[in-house]
Each structure stands twice: as structure tokens, then as C-alpha cells.
Design a protein around this ligand. Sequence first.
Ligand code: ADP
Length: 219
Amino acid sequence: MAKKQYAIIGMGRFGSSVATALTDMGFDVLAIDSNEQRIQEISNIVTHAVSANSTDEDALRALGIRNFEVVVVAIGQDIQSSILTTLILKDLGIPTLIVKAQNELHGKVLQKIGADKVIFPERDMGLRVAHHLTSPNILDYIELSDDYSIVEMKVSDVMIGKNLKELDVRARFGCNVMAIKTGAKMNISPNANQPLDKEDVLVILGQKDDLIKLELAFS
Ligand code: ADP
């Protein structure tokens, strides 16, 4: 099977980090930026690095952008360029178009014009850090929708030795323990009678407000 090819537009902090990570994972990456210096900096890392203005449809066509299965638009500050670029790529029929949004309104526009996935890296990282700060047992926090999230929670002192039946998070908080991770092992159908160990990590799905109540109750 041919290797998936990715094009990343905008080599700011976020775009260059995505481009570098994909290259490290062995994928072919085309990096595009209108800023010559940024292109020079990334050119030693990615497969191809080209200086071009992504609001110029002809320039994008000339780069063969239509052959790319996934295109990431990582232009943050210049919202107009981000929107125009997304529109052009959508018209060109890119199968998977992922776009970074600077704020909620920008995100809404991107969704309306057909971005397949809109990402908010700063907001999402801010949320994760805030949850980790307020409850050090929270290892990760993933927002699934406006209402629902998943948290990864280290078993806290008050939970050690208790089992899921005793903690009763479904009745008390309306949340579901989907899995228990112990080291590298992931148990996706946890036994409700098994006492929790201090090394265990619970993967819990629930409404955001309920998860906050659960985090506070168990920290
Ligand atoms: P970050 O916050 O991730 O650092 P920035 O918004 O600062 O993101 O960086 C975006 C990058 O996108 C910059 O390197 C900028 O030169 C590039 N860029 C902005 N507009 C265009 C465009 N029309 N075509 C190509 N690259 C662009």
C-alpha cells in the first residue's frame, strides 16, 4: 500500500511541530509557507518544503496539492488567509481537510465552509493543563464534543483498595469507567469487583460538569 502523503500549510509553531512529527513517523510531508525563512528552517526535516502563498489557487495546483489525501491548514494569526486557503482546498476536493482555528468564531466559519476537522490546539492544551493543575490525578483530558469529555485519572488515595462497584461513579456522577490501564496493559472490560491498585489509571467518559464533580470528589 502506498504511504499516505500529508501537506501542511503554515510552518508556525503548530504546523512545524505536526510536520516534524509526521516525518519522524515515516510519512512523506510537503511543507508550504509563504515565508522563505520558515521554509529554509523546515527543509532539512521534511520530504519537500516549498515557499508559496496558499491563497493562490494556481500555485497550489502547480504543487499537485490535489494528490494529497490529507491537508492540514496551520495558519493561525492570519484568519483571512486561513479561510481563503480552506475554501480553495475544499473546492479542489481534498479528501481530508484539517484546519487550526484561532478562536471559536473562526472555528465556526471553518466548519461552515467544509473543514473536515477543526482543531483548537491552544484551547485544548489550556484545558488539559487546567484539569491537571486543579486535580493532579488527572493525567489527560480529551474533549469529545461541547458536552462530553474523556479523562484519564490516576487512582487517588481515597480510591485505592476500593472497587468500581463501591466507587459507583455511574450512579453518583453519571460517568462511565470505560477502561483501566495498568502500565502498558489496557483492560477495556474492567471487573467491577476488582480492588483498584495505586498504579491503575481509570479512563472515564462523562458530561463535562459531571467529570469535574468526580475529579473533585476523588482528589
Ligand atoms: P503558530 O501560532 O502555530 O505559530 P502562526 O499563525 O504564527 O502559527 O504561523 C502561521 C504560518 O503560516 C506563518 O509561518 C506564516 O508565514 C504562514 N502563512 C500565513 N499566511 C500564509 C499563506 N497565505 N500562505 C502560506 N503560508 C502562510
